[in-house]
Write a protein that binds this ligand. Structure first.
Ligand code: SAM
Length: 231
C-alpha cells in the first residue's frame, strides 16, 4: 500500500513516461508506477548502501528487475542525459532537493517534467525552478499521519513565470486554492514564527536580531493577508 504522499506524487506522472526516482529508498514509487502501467521504465537512484539494497530487494521481490534499474550514486549522477522524461524527488528537505537539481543540472536537458515533494522549505525549490528556466505547472498539498506535505510539478519553459515573494513562500496554485490543509499548514507556521519572535524578545538584543524579526514579521503579515485574518 503506497502512502498517500507518494500516491499524490504518482498522480502527476504522465502515462507512458520513463521515470527516474532520486533518493528512492525502498523504490516503492517506481514499483507502483510500473505496476499501474503509468511508467514504461524506471530508474531508482540511491546514495546510501542500506536503502540502495532495500530498493534492489523490493524490485526483485516485485519481479520488476527487467523494468526498474536500481543505481547507486549521488543525485542525478545516476542518469544519463536524455535517458528519462520525468524525474521525481520526494521525502527530503527543499534545500537538499534544490541542491540535487543544481548539482545535476546538465542531466536535466531532455527531462520534460520534475515532480518534487519537499518535507520543508518548498520556497528553496520554487526559487531554484525560477532561476533555472522551469515553470511550476501544478501544486498539491496533503495531510498524512499528522504531517503536511507539498508536491510541486514543473516543466521546462522558455519564458519561466516569475513569482512574488508570497507566491514563492506559499505556492502560486496553493494560494489560489486555499484548501483547508493549506490553511492549517500556514496557521501552524504562523504560530511557530510567533513563538520564535517571543523567544528572540526574551533573549534580549543580540547581533542580527532585527533582520530576523523583520523577516518573521514580513512572513506573518503575508500569511495574515493570504488567509484574510482579522487583525
Ligand atoms: N523518496 C522516498 C520517499 O519519499 O518515501 C524516500 C525518502 S527518504 C526520507 C530520503 C532518501 O534519499 C534516503 O534513502 C537517502 O539515502 C536518499 N538521499 C539523500 N540524499 C541523496 C542524494 N544526494 N542522492 C541520492 N539519494 C539521496
Amino acid at each position: 500500500q503506497l502512502s498517500k504522499r507518494l500516491h499524490t506524487v504518482a498522480t502527476f506522472v504522465p502515462k507512458g513516461s520513463t521515470v527516474a526516482d532520486i533518493g528512492s529508498d525502498h523504490a516503492y514509487l517506481p514499483c507502483f508506477l510500473i505496476h499501474c502501467q503509468v511508467a514504461t521504465r524506471a530508474i531508482a537512484g540511491e546514495i546510501v548502501e542500506g536503502p540502495y539494497q532495500s530498493a534492489r530487494r523490493q524490485v526483485i521481490e516485485d519481479g520488476l528487475d527487467h523494468l526498474i534499474e536500481v543505481r547507486k550514486g549521488n543525485g542525478l549522477a545516476v542518469i544519463d542525459t536524455g535517458e528519462v522524461e520525468v524525474v521525481t524527488i520526494a521525502g527530503m528537505g527543499g534545500p537538499l532537493i534544490a541542491q540535487i537539481l543544481e548539482e545535476g543540472k546538465d542531466k536535466l536537458n531532455g527531462v520534460k517534467r520534475l515532480i518534487l515533494q519537499p518535507n520543508v522549505s518548498a520556497i528553496s525549490i520554487r526559487d531554484w525552478l525560477i532561476a533555472n528556466g522551469w515553470s511550476l505547472i501544478q501544486e498539491a498539498i496533503l495531510q498524512e499521519d499528522g504531517k503536511i506535505y507539498e508536491v510541486l510539478v514543473a516543466e521546462q519553459s522558455e519564458h519561466p513565470v516569475s513569482l512574488t515573494y508570497s507566491e514563492r513562500l506559499l505556492g502560486p496554485y496553493l494560494i489560489q486554492e486555499k484548501s483547508s490543509v493549506f490553511q492549517l499548514k500556514w496557521q501552524q507556521e504562523y504560530k511557530q514564527w510567533d513563538r520564535i519572535k517571543h523567544q528572540i524578545d526574551q533573549a534580549g538584543k543580540t547581533v542580527g536580531v532585527d533582520e530576523k524579526k523583520k523577516e518573521l514579521h514580513n512572513k506573518m503579515k503575508i500569511v495574515q493577508e493570504v488567509l484574510q485574518w482579522e487583525k
